[in-house]
Design a protein around this ligand. Structure first.
Ligand code: FRU
Length: 494
């Protein structure tokens, strides 16, 4: 019983994707089938495959009435599109099917929970979006919306919370077979809070408690929460809007926040101990995680940011891609991230140099490529006279370059994508404070046509940025002010 609206979207996406050349897309990062993509939704392992749904506007490369796109993968790196899963076609979601999540029901069906959006005219003549939580049940291909939708609405909010900012349910199943979900909400103080709901069967939900309160510390409204246990700690991920920078944290406006603490299951009490950005680059937002069948916690985010995503070229038929799947873990009380280990299987064509002296610009035979996995470690040639600056340049030719540079005296790593194909004067640089011992630093760079993800010190920090550089610019070079020793190994990712 597919609606007319969903049928049209499915027909359109199938016809439209044919006009997008494979080479114009990233290779192993999931990109939108056509049109626009934002948040990852319903990230799950179901019937032997990983499923990724996403915020989707098939008809335009800009945000519009939200559908759910759909893709599946065996290894989280090679994706196959399935027909769009949800369209805004009911009275309770006619202005959009916003972000949400998925779990498997005991009878083998898959349950989706998403935010239904309906515009409501306000006294001042403008519109506000009323947000409720809705369900759909399906078989991994087709989903039927639940007859009693919405299942959570303003009646289920704690007093003072806004019915216009109540979105992005992330569900999980507990060991006892019952369900929980966390939802982003805006309390009376105008900032954010995360609400916890519980359900016996996945269909009847009730408010449990306020799991975490922003109290105007980290931005305003908290979007896209995720909550799980990791290495004995409780982790709350959320994407706050309107963040103020604090030192070297939270520079992204629409940022990402990781709160690490303890969780008391008896009383559902989360006690915060540590906070940090999830990603320190330019383009990362609204991540979701899953537990893989072999017990790894894997996170994927939208590899864009609301503050910088407006500058893309109009005539492109697609815009929006996901980050690399990242295995996450806790070390020294911090969130660490590593590229998913399946990426090792894509490595080929090893090019390796050891103990190269970099004191000016160095070009090394075989060092090039736009789909590459580059590992490097650097140290000062003279421990008593540490270099001033070291940079790696990539996606480079006479016109273009993207660079990551490190200044040991300031302990600052900087990504710069000024010359990376953007025709807009949006933010193109980001700095992060990094740990190092007298100029010794380890970096791993993953390039996939139109993006770079930089993993610092074995995952202690990550900096992510998209690039718009034409594909022909595939040079990689190294450069130093002072004298640096470098071990470097590069693989093509195919
Ligand atoms: C986050 C977000 C969500 C919302 C969705 C709409 O990027 O604003 O809060 O569900 O995007 O597309």
């Amino acid at each position: 019983m597919t609606s007319q609206t969903l049928r049209e979207a499915r027909t359109y996406e199938e016809a439209s994707e044919k006009f997008i050349k494979k080479e114009d897309r990233p290779d192993f990062h999931l990109s939108t089938r056509t049109g626009w993509l934002n948040d990852p939704n319903g990230f799950s392992y179901y019937k032997g495959e990983y499923h990724m749904f996403y915020q989707y506007h098939p008809y335009d490369s800009h945000w519009g009435p939200m559908h759910w796109g759909h893709a599946v993968s065996k290894d989280l790196l090679h994706w196959r599109y399935l027909p769009a899963a949800l369209a805004p076609d009911e009275f309770y979601d006619r202005d959009g099917c916003f972000s949400g999540s998925a779990v498997e029901l005991p009878d083998g069906r898959q349950l989706l929970m998403y935010t239904g959006v309906v515009k409501e005219r306000q006294k001042n003549g403008g519109f506000s979006e009323v947000q409720t939580q809705c369900l759909a049940v399906g078989d991994g291909l087709d989903y039927e919306k639940y007859e009693n939708n919405p299942v959570l609405d303003e009646k289920d909010l704690p007093p003072g919370s806004s019915r216009f900012d109540f979105r992005d349910p992330k569900m999980w199943k507990k060991e006892d077979g019952t369900y929980c979900c966390v939802i982003g909400s805006r309390p009376a103080d105008g900032s954010g809070q995360i609400l916890l709901y519980t359900s016996e069967d996945g269909f009847h939900w009730s408010f449990q408690k306020i799991l975490a309160s922003n109290n105007n510390r980290f931005g305003k409204m908290w979007e896209c929460p995720d909550f799980f246990m990791l290495d004995g700690k409780a982790v709350l991920l959320t994407s706050p809007q309107d963040m103020l920078p604090q030192g070297f944290e939270y520079h992204n406006g629409n940022g990402t926040l990781c709160l690490i603490g303890d969780f008391d299951e008896e009383t559902d009490t989360f006690t915060e101990q540590h906070n940090q950005s999830i990603d320190y680059g330019i383009d990362f937002y609204a991540p979701q995680t899953i537990l893989t069948p072999d017990g790894r916690r894997v996170m994927i985010g939208w590899m864009q940011n609301w503050d910088t995503c407006g500058g893309h070229v109009q005539e492109n038929l697609w815009f929006g891609q996901m980050s690399l799947p990242r295995e996450i873990f806790i070390k020294n009380g911090r969130l660490y991230q590593k590229p998913i280990r399946e990426l090792y299987d894509m490595r080929s064509g090893k090019v390796e140099y050891q103990s190269v002296l970099v004191s000016d610009t160095v070009n090394l035979e075989g060092m090039k490529g736009r789909k590459a996995d580059i590992e490097l470690s650097i140290w000062p040639e003279d421990e008593k006279n540490v270099y001033h600056k070291f940079s790696v340049r990539f996606a480079q030719n006479a016109q273009y370059q993207t660079s990551v540079s490190f200044r040991p005296k300031e302990s600052v790593l900087k990504i710069d994508r000024k010359f990376s194909g953007s025709r807009r004067a949006v933010i193109h640089q980001r700095r992060s404070k990094v740990n190092h011992e007298n100029g010794r630093l380890k970096l791993r760079l993953i390039l996939d046509q139109y993006s770079v993800e930089i993993f610092v010190n074995d995952g202690e920090q990550v900096m992510t940025a998209t690039m718009y550089t034409e594909r022909e610019a595939d040079g990689i070079s190294f450069c130093a002010d002072g004298e640096v020793r470098m071990d470097v190994v590069k693989y093509d990712l195919v």
